[in-house]
Design a protein around this ligand. Structure first.
Ligand code: ZN
Length: 243
């Protein structure tokens, strides 16, 4: 075990008030790419950048084209939790982690067994009729073509936060409170450049900030521990080493 992971193990060992905040990098090891970093790849196939397609106004005005992109680039129904998801679920089981806050919409933390998961950007596993609020599972989106319609005839929309849309205020309040109350904050798989990640962690008042990310972040100088390796192997190794 290298020194950084050894330090992480000590931090995990000594606290039972940990909060984890994660971004797209947590799920890349499950085979779900970060569409932001893959931007260029879509140029030939789509006339708009992903940020435009995944916006509220685009959904409203070009619903069918939204779903063409969404089905082929945003949905990974066969993805399985990786070592990072599993380690975090194990830490919650051991009553060390109080909350997992995620920007991902893939549901993999819950799949891995985490219970207190705050999904800032919603979940692709929930889909809601815009007319009658009926709720549909992911297979309703996967097993239909074109615009998925409710039994009532209304358009079904994924329960994910699109660009131009606000975050769910209840989830956001819970996330702020969890971060405010945490002794240890572990941030992983996010460059902390994108709202709301950057804003949220300013609420942290504890004294052990751990950053696990392959590239630099604007918060590196505030961190007590920086780990530059795969989040799955770092967290997995540290949790396995806890007796
Ligand atoms: Zn309906």
């Amino acid at each position: 075990m290298n020194t950084a992971v050894e330090k992480l193990k000590e931090i995990l060992h000594n606290s039972d008030n940990i909060v984890f905040f994660g971004g797209a990098g947590v799920s890349t090891e499950s085979g779900i790419p970060d569409f932001r970093s893959a931007d260029g790849l879509y140029n030939e196939e789509y006339a708009y950048p992903p940020e435009t397609i995944l916006s509220h106004s685009f959904f409203k005005n070009h619903t069918e084209e939204f779903y063409r992109f969404y089905r082929s680039k945003m949905l990974y129904p066969d993805a399985k939790p990786n070592d990072a998801h599993k380690a975090l679920a194990e830490l919650e089981k051991r009553k060390k982690i109080k909350a997992v806050i995620t920007q991902n919409v893939d549901g993999l933390h819950t799949d891995a067994g985490s219970v207190n998961v705050l999904e800032l950007h919603g979940s692709a596993l929930r889909n809601i009729c815009m007319s009658c609020n009926a709720c549909y599972k992911l297979d309703k989106i996967i097993n239909t073509d074109g615009i998925p319609l409710c039994l009532c005839g209304g358009v079904i929309k994924p329960d994910v936060v699109l660009y131009e849309e606000g975050l769910d205020s209840t989830v956001m309040e819970k996330a702020v409170k969890a971060i405010c109350d945490a002794d240890v904050l572990i941030v992983g798989g996010t460059s902390l450049n994108v709202y709301p990640a950057a804003g949220l962690i300013t609420h942290y008042r504890g004294n052990k900030l751990v950053l696990i990310n392959k590239s630099e972040t604007p918060y590196d100088r505030h961190a007590d521990l920086i780990i530059r390796e795969n989040i799955g192997s770092a967290l997995g190794e540290a949790v396995r080493a806890l007796s």
